[in-house]
Write a protein that binds this ligand. Structure first.
Ligand code: ADP
Length: 266
């Protein structure tokens, strides 16, 4: 709360009274603080790989280049860190386009069962590598939706890649679609992974929020996947929610309005 006092003067310069203005600045301050945090996070996230790249380049310069095996390993580290930075900057640009509404939706008629089968196919290599069984289930009667296929694919890719990252070998992932009511389709990605502790649940969609920073970084994560997913679903007029039980698994459900071509309800 900001309070400003303005004295009211009579013609003879004596004070007749004071106007007090009470201004609620909590929202504004909160916004300002989250902007500051965001800039600090971005700087930190970019500085970490840059520092690594610098020190490995110096080590190469100092002689590591002469030893073939060591040299190759160091170049590999530099390449990995560079790729992570590219992913991070790409995610940041995407978020900023979503924030400023510069990513208009390009809706197209999309067959939901095919879309879900295709996301599972895209990850078949990683799934096989970790012996994770993936099942796709679509409730009868769900076929075509009017949505931005590229953007929803990105949401699905983020959710399924998280599910794989945070599930142990031999686990199970379910990708399913159902119709809770005539106007809504709910798509769910459920895993039997490590889960998320209760205390972290309400912050999980925040930009850069990660339960375990080191682990996420080792897995190649940017900490922006869920925030991007939330913005894309919001732009579609839907909602996204995450439920999780530590050591049991995680379920992310997003809803989309059941629109048909032209924008009307199906
Ligand atoms: P990241 O790039 O780190 O995966 P996300 O925004 O996609 O970033 O996710 C934020 C954090 O939420 C992750 O770092 C991880 O701690 C947690 N998380 C997301 N999905 C899952 C999941 N399926 N199981 C367990 N933890 C998850």
């Amino acid at each position: 709360m900001r309070v400003t006092f303005t004295p009211i003067h009579r013609r003879d310069k004596t004070t007749a009274g004071t106007i007090a203005v009470l201004q609620d600045v909590t929202e504004q301050e909160k916004l300002e603080q989250s902007r500051r945090e965001f800039v600090a996070n971005v700087s930190h996230e970019l500085r970490t790989p840059l520092t690594t790249i610098k020190s490995y380049a110096e080590a190469l310069d100092d002689g590591a280049m002469q030893e073939k095996e060591l040299g190759e390993r160091f170049v590999g580290v530099i390449r990995n860190e560079t790729e992570r930075m590219i992913r991070l900057v790409t995610d940041l640009l995407h978020l900023s386009r979503l924030d400023s509404n510069q990513a208009p939706l390009r809706r197209q008629a999309t067959n939901v069962p095919d879309m879900l089968e295709e996301v599972a196919d895209r990850f078949s290599f990683q799934l096989r590598q970790k012996s994770i069984h993936a099942a796709v289930q679509v409730e009868a009667g769900i076929s075509t939706l009017w949505l931005d296929r590229d953007q929803i694919d990105q949401v699905l890719d983020n959710l399924v890649s998280n599910a794989i990252k945070y599930t142990m070998d031999g686990g199970r992932i379910e990708i399913s679609a159902r119709k809770p009511d005539a106007a809504t389709i709910a798509i769910r990605v459920k895993d039997t992974g490590i889960g998320i502790p209760q205390k972290d649940l309400n912050r999980i969609f925040e930009r850069f929020y990660r339960v375990d920073k080191a682990r996420s970084r080792n897995m190649g994560g940017t900490g922006l996947g869920l925030s991007i997913a939330r913005e894309i679903i919001k732009a579609h007029g839907g909602t996204i929610a995450l439920e999780s039980e530590w050591n049991e698994g995680t379920t992310v459900t997003f809803t989309l309005p059941a629109l048909h071509e032209g924008g009307g309800s199906a």
